[in-house]
Design a binder for this molecule. Sequence first.
Ligand code: DGL
Length: 274
Amino acid sequence: MADARPVGVFDSGLGGLTVVRELLQKLPGESLVYLGDTARVPYGTKSSDTVVRYSLSCARFLLRHDVKMIMVACNTASAAALEALETRLTVPVLGAVGPGARAAATHSRGGHIGVFGTSGTVRSEAYVRAIRALRPDAAVAAVACPLLVPLAEEGWIEGDVPRLVIRRYMDELCALDPAIDTLVLGCTHYPVLRAPIAAVASEVLGREVAVVDSATAMASDAQARLGEMGLLGESGAPGGARFFFTDRAQTREVGRRFLGAPLGSVEETDLDPS
Ligand code: DGL
């Protein structure tokens, strides 16, 4: 029996639309409810207690829309709040860190893995733990790249400015481990900068580096999890997505960049039950 309830996805803002983009491709029959907490973004610079509190309020909002699964597209929220969400919620919860770590552990030939993420994600060491759980021999080096989020939001994704900023972070990563062979983009925003990141990585490290992200891996995980639990929606019927934001300013213009298509209608919510 098909389960027609929607899948809920939340993020601190608009970057999580990179996950929606993958989901729409992989699971076109599922209905999606997306919540971007644009009024409180960024999460990456906040304390983990605050990120847990914000994440729980996002999850409660999605539950009011009768979602059958919650996907935490935000890497910072996954790093800080996944456990709290799993403990408190009765629907399955899928984070971004596990799938990203798995993609890295699978792709890496030599076990030298770099992670780019927000300050909160790097400070939590969630990727280090998740990768080592899969590959205990792996050397994992992580660098916080706070400037990549505003660059991605402004659409400065090619040319000298992003390359120079990426170069600074890549030099830092190379100083920690010059043998990096795989780099995880551990933040919702970085996939739109994949091309300059890959180019600068091979320039600095002097070899091809596999660049992986959690968005693609999350969509595959969602498909597998829904299948295992008998929660898949009707195949064939197009599902579609509803987009909610806690502040709607610029959501259409900036959101389009991450979704790769126009958002259609956007709705604003203050997260409180009406
Ligand atoms: N969504 C966040 C993440 O993936 C990036 C933006 C923020 O700092 O809130 O970590």
